[in-house]
Ligand binder design. Structure first.
Ligand SMILES: [Zn+2]
Length: 150
């Protein structure tokens, strides 16, 4: 009888250990603008990627992944212009800047590909045509968006 109780306790301890050691899978995001090309790559002076479509096209900007909208700002005087921030969990946040229109509300949950807004030239933009300036933040630091996007 004593032996039976001991083995039951060992089993319970193993179950607790397995539940506490969950490992998160690496994030995989998708491109925010289809049919676009990159006008400015990620680098030391530009910790973001700029996308552009054909000339005056204010292309559809989609969320790069599932998440929750944590900021919506319509301020043309801000360097980022009209911009939206989405929290994807696990320390990942994406920022969509220089938008000409915004299609989401603060606090809204979004799926990958959900329309965030349209490309534009609000804020500090030197481009001739509408762009999207995309930043990806991991644990508070700007990372190369290409490293986590397909
Ligand atoms: Zn940029």
């Amino acid at each position: 009888m004593k032996h039976w109780i001991t083995s039951l306790m060992v089993t319970a301890a193993l179950l607790v250990g397995a539940g506490g050691s969950h490992v998160w899978a690496a994030k995989s995001f998708s491109q925010p603008v289809s049919g676009s090309y990159i006008t400015q790559k990620y680098g030391k002076q530009h910790r973001a990627i700029d996308y552009q479509r054909y000339k005056h096209d204010k292309g559809f900007v989609g969320s790069i992944g599932d998440g929750k909208v944590i900021k919506v700002k319509r301020d043309a005087k801000c360097a980022y212009g009209w911009h939206v921030m989405v929290d994807h969990g696990d320390g990942y946040v994406s920022v969509y800047s220089h938008l000409s229109g915004i299609s989401v509300l603060q606090g809204q949950k979004v799926k990958k590909g959900k329309k965030i807004g349209n490309m534009g030239k609000t804020g500090r933009v030197h481009a001739k045509y509408p762009i999207l300036h995309l930043e990806v933040i991991k644990d508070g630091k700007k990372i190369n968006p290409s490293s986590v996007m397909k």
